[in-house]
Design a protein around this ligand. Structure first.
Ligand SMILES: C[S@@+](CC[C@H](N)C(=O)[O-])C[C@H]1O[C@@H](n2cnc3c(N)ncnc32)[C@H](O)[C@@H]1O
Length: 166
């Protein structure tokens, strides 16, 4: 969900192939232009707030760095709820953790690498719109994901994983 150019799915499929697994991805994004950059997988334009899939359509549902694009608590809960609805088993959500240290690091790198003012603003805004573990725990509960596990990865990424079989 919010797959952009779908590069995450390509990398995951390659990794799975090395383990001897055949993983296939469907990419969904609001932006059809981003999806067109990917010809490896099935692509669908649409919103994470109203996923155009039946209940339990996929073995796993993944979103990386898209959740911070949503605006209200109601949208966030709807996003979690929709993701949980269409997965048969696993859900993995990941985004930026909101903290001063990450903000400082991103500030340093966007300046050191000479990013344009727009890209600098975008990177820093993404961290400001990031999340904390208790927030994701609360959202998961409100979305009916009762045994979700929200945690912090390497001090920079917030993760939520959940399995329906648990
Ligand atoms: C920062 S990009 C992340 C792309 C990709 N997941 C990655 O990690 O490389 C965020 C993506 O979320 C998409 N997006 C934002 N709001 C969305 C929504 N309501 N429904 C679906 N996609 C959305 C944007 O179009 C954009 O491609």
């Amino acid at each position: 969900m919010g797959a952009g150019d779908g590069s995450l799915g390509i990398r995951l499929a390659r990794w799975a192939a090395r383990q001897g697994w055949d993983w296939r991805f469907t990419n969904l994004d609001l932006n059809p232009h981003a999806l067109r950059l990917n010809s490896h997988n099935r692509n669908l334009a649409g919103s994470v707030l109203a996923l155009p899939f039946r209940d339990a359509s996929f073995d796993a549902v993944i979103a990386s760095q898209m959740t911070h694009h949503l605006f209200s608590n109601a949208e966030l809960i709807q996003h979690f709820r929709e993701a949980w609805r269409v997965t048969r088993d696993a859900l993995v959500l990941s985004d930026l953790h909101r903290n001063a240290c990450l903000y400082g690091l991103v500030w340093f790198w966007v300046h050191a690498l000479g990013f344009s003012a727009n890209l600098r603003g975008d990177g820093l805004l993404s961290v400001r719109r990031g999340f904390r573990v208790p927030e994701w725990r609360r959202l998961a509960q409100q979305a009916g994901i009762l045994h979700g596990h929200a945690w912090l990865y390497l001090g920079a990424r917030i993760m939520l994983d959940a399995c329906k079989e648990d």
